[in-house]
Design a protein around this ligand. Structure first.
Ligand code: FNR
Length: 190
């Protein structure tokens, strides 16, 4: 059975290396997964003033999260933490109180940086946030990608066999993880 995966790119930059990484992951994923990007750049800054009447951008973000069988977060690390635009999107999805769209949604977290620790600190922060939001997470394998531009084409083709193999394995494990979670949370779906 095919599973619908919503992926979120944590960068708003036009030349984002994490957008390129997301394209590579989509290319290398098992055929059982179908991907749709869930945009975050159109969301206003969240305030609970909106809770009484969510604007269309907030509603459509929550609807896209809820319509996904699983989520894949592909994000940079900014100042050793979660980029503001991504944290803002998560705040939108978590509210209004009692209507947390992330609850029981299987999530993979991955990211690329030119630096050696490959978004490890962002991922650690993200895991704490998603734990609070009751979202099961792929714990292993972890994927801290030190981005080497020559290894990636503009549409996410991966020319380095070792990198391609690592990312393919990550997506195989991600697919198996989503299926394990769905077997419990949506048994009719598997
Ligand atoms: C960065 N960068 C960065 N890199 C890192 O490994 N750890 C960090 O804490 C930070 N902090 C940081 C803050 C801000 C505001 C910027 C703009 C950048 C560098 C970052 O990894 C690099 O710019 C990547 O290209 C960002 O990913 P995207 O936006 O290209 O996907």
């Amino acid at each position: 059975m095919t599973h619908q995966i919503g992926y979120i790119v944590g960068s708003l930059a036009r030349g984002s290396i994490n957008r390129t990484l997301s394209q590579a992951l989509v290319r290398l994923a098992p055929a059982d997964l179908e991907f749709t990007e869930i945009p975050i750049g159109n969301l206003p800054l969240y305030s609970w003033d909106y809770d009484a009447d969510y604007p269309p951008e907030g509603r459509s973000f929550k609807a896209a999260v809820e319509a996904s069988d699983g989520l894949l977060i592909v994000s940079p690390e900014y100042n050793r933490s979660i980029p503001g635009a991504l944290k803002n999107a998560i705040d939108w999805g978590s509210r209004p109180w009692g209507q947390n769209s992330f609850a029981r949604k299987p999530v993979g977290i991955i990211g690329a940086s030119p630096g050696g620790i490959g978004t490890a600190v962002m991922q650690s922060s993200m895991r704490a946030v998603l734990s609070f939001l009751d979202a099961p997470q792929l714990n292993s394998p972890e994927a801290y990608i030190t981005y080497v531009a020559d290894d990636f084409g503009v549409d996410g083709e991966v020319s380095n066999d070792s990198t391609a193999g690592f990312l393919r394995h990550y997506m195989d494990e991600y697919c198996a993880f989503v299926q394990r979670v769905l077997a419990v949370t949506a048994p009719g779906h598997i």
